[in-house]
Design a protein around this ligand. Structure first.
Ligand SMILES: Nc1ncnc2c1ncn2[C@@H]1O[C@H](COP(=O)(O)OP(=O)(O)OP(=O)(O)O)[C@@H](O)[C@H]1O
Ligand SMILES: [Mg+2]
Length: 380
């Protein structure tokens, strides 16, 4: 890698700026240049002036500044930073803030200066390497697609997919190990409520990892033709309710409209997984109000379930390939960033086809998204 790393240090304490300059100046792993500003507004101005963000490889951001405090410091800086990775600094005692910032997209966090200050250089080098690798993968994909080199495009897409999976694994691991280390090393800094919250965060991230492994396994089984549906008579509203319960606490916001007597003939686990994927997407990319409707439609009649939100919907140019595996550079931009592996909707389609059903998208009217599923109607 390029061994010159240009750092923008947004930090109001002169002592800390001097310390960081000193530590990075001694690094043998890379040569660092450090430009320091003492307020968030100055940092934002520096990043957004002409070509500003291109002047830096990484941003070191203090989360407690005279003109901004806490997580908003990070979200405002991230909006101006574009592709430049951000490593946040927190003071000892509010270490959970650093973990929260990673959950919101920071590359990493350091606690001032509780650990070996020399490790800062390594943290910054890794942050820069990771973001350059991702940019390189995207560039490859675009180039190889442009030249019509399908094989290279496939390779790049696979590497890009792996980068997404690694990112999806890395974030929960950082959060879990962050909280677990704090609970072990400084249990007295947590009151009982905070202890419970930290443990819940650990369990929440474990659940996220479990969902990820489920996604990868289901995808693999679908590709291998190893998914076999075991259709049975199911009560549709019961499957909808259990899917919303499995989609997490935020799914209480969904209103459900479904005749309680409506039945379908489908593998309940498959229908549930499809609905969980739709509901999770609505909560991630869509907006309130959220609803699920189920109706009998068509001749012969089928059960049609729609998961509806009032967000921006999917731009119409992306709709034709929406249920294919989505590559990072081809994913519709929803203004809410990119999440996940890009496999969710292709799994929904695969599971529904295995059950003699279908999956498709309808734009909302006048706005929003409607993700739809059809399954054979039950006998009752
Ligand atoms: N309700 C929605 N509103 C707007 N865009 C959506 C909605 N649902 C999905 N999308 C778009 O479709 C893309 C593909 O979704 P999909 O579920 O296949 O992948 P993912 O959510 O990125 O990853 P995964 O579900 O595997 O974790 C998303 O990246 C998003 O851009
Ligand atoms: Mg998804």
């Amino acid at each position: 890698m390029d061994r010159l790393i240009r750092v923008l240090h947004i930090e109001d304490s002169r002592t800390d700026t001097d310390l960081v300059r000193g530590v990075l100046g001694r690094s043998v792993a890379a040569q660092f240049t450090v430009e320091a500003v003492s307020a968030l507004e100055d940092g934002l101005r520096r990043l957004t002036e002409q070509g500003g963000a291109d002047d830096f490889d990484v941003i070191v951001l203090d989360l407690h500044l005279p003109d901004a405090d806490g997580l908003t410091t990070f979200t405002r800086a991230a909006a101006a930073a574009g592709a430049v990775p951000i490593v946040v600094c927190t003071a000892g005692g509010d270490d959970t803030l650093g973990i929260t910032a990673v959950e919101h997209g920071a590359q990493d966090f350091v606690v001032k200066w509780s650990s070996d200050p020399d490790s800062l250089g390594r943290t910054l080098i890794h942050a820069v390497q990771r973001s350059r690798q991702l940019a390189e993968l995207q560039r490859h994909l675009v180039e190889s697609t442009n030249t019509g080199d399908q094989l290279a495009a496939t390779n790049a897409a696979i590497r890009e997919f792996l980068a997404r999976v690694v990112h999806e694994i890395r974030t929960p691991i950082t959060v879990i190990s962050g909280y677990a280390t704090l609970l072990r090393d400084a249990p007295d800094t947590f009151n009982p409520v905070e202890q419970l919250e930290s443990l819940s965060a650990i369990l929440g991230q474990t659940e996220r990892l479990r969902r990820l492994t489920d996604t990868l396994l289901t995808h693999e089984n679908l590709e291998a033709g190893a998914v076999h549906a075991e259709p049975e008579e199911v009560c549709v509203v019961e499957v909808i309710d259990s899917a919303l319960a499995a989609a997490g606490p935020a799914a209480v916001d969904f209103k459900v409209r479904c005749d309680p007597g409506l039945t379908a003939r489908v593998d309940p686990a498959h229908l549930q997984q499809a609905l969980v994927n739709y509901a999770t997407n609505a909560l991630t990319y869509g907006d309130r109000p959220y609803s699920v409707t189920a109706d009998l439609e068509g001749d012969p009649a089928e059960v049609v379930i729609r998961v509806i939100d009032q967000g921006d919907g999917v731009p119409h140019e992306f709709v034709p390939q929406l249920f294919d595996r989505v590559a990072l550079s081809q994913a519709p931009r929803t203004g809410k960033g990119l999440h996940g592996t890009g496999l969710g909707l292709s799994i929904v389609a695969g599971l529904l086809h295995a059950n003699g059903g279908d999956a498709w998208y309808e734009p909302g009217d006048p706005r929003g998204a409607r993700f739809c599923i059809s399954v054979p109607v039950g006998q009752n």
